[in-house]
Unconditional design. Structure first.
Length: 202
């Protein structure tokens, strides 16, 4: 196996960056970038901490983040499994990367920035959904924002319904848990999961 061990060696096998790949990077939201991010119901949040890296899926109705201004987006932390890996990382290292997907669009939006975790009562209350509010809100200050080349989504045919897999052909959450913990009651978990999830989205 041939291993690349320097940036110079890596650059030698790739062409120069295109003008568009450099020009698209801005230090704050432009009008079109804001429209794209506000249209996204799903994103991946990447963080880093002493134990290593974490990448967590986040989703919400009507937009996964709230745009506060051209340098700030707000991410409510809704109910989950209480692992809080991302939040623990942010408290110790504020560097974050966000990648947004917009159903039907081949363009992917990306934000690199710095974040803090807020428990300001008024801020939490502003995100109330179905009578509940998040326990914290991640406040992201944008360092750079840009859109990603559409080729990855196009190659994957991500939004092509004809290529979507039947969930029955895949392992269930219970199956995956049982593979990790052999005495886990996967059948009960899978049977109860849909109702439990529906009752605890927020």
């Amino acid at each position: 196996m041939s291993i690349i061990e320097s940036v110079e060696a890596l650059r030698a096998i790739y062409q120069e960056k295109s003008e568009a790949s450099v020009a698209k990077v801005t230090p704050a939201l432009t009008g079109p970038y804001r429209r794209m991010i506000e249209a996204s119901p799903f994103m991946a949040l990447a963080t880093v901490g002493p134990e290593g890296l974490d990448c967590s899926p986040r989703g919400d109705l009507g937009g996964v983040v709230r745009v506060e201004d051209d340098k700030t987006v707000l991410l409510p932390d809704w109910r989950g499994n209480n692992r809080i890996d991302s939040l623990e990382n942010i408290v110790r290292d504020p560097r974050v990367a966000l990648m947004f997907l917009i159903p039907g669009s081949s363009s992917v939006m990306r934000i690199n920035g710095r974040a803090v975790v807020s428990v300001d009562p008024a801020l939490l209350e502003s995100f109330t959904m179905d009578g509940r509010h998040p326990r914290s809100v991640t406040v992201v200050t944008i360092v750079e924002v840009y859109f990603q080349c559409a080729r990855a989504v196009m190659r994957a045919e991500l939004w092509n319904g004809e290529r979507h897999l039947d969930p029955k052909a895949l392992p269930t959450p219970g199956d995956m848990l049982k593979a990790a913990k052999t005495d886990f009651d996967n059948e009960t978990y899978d049977r109860e999961w849909p109702a439990r999830a529906a009752a605890s989205l927020w």
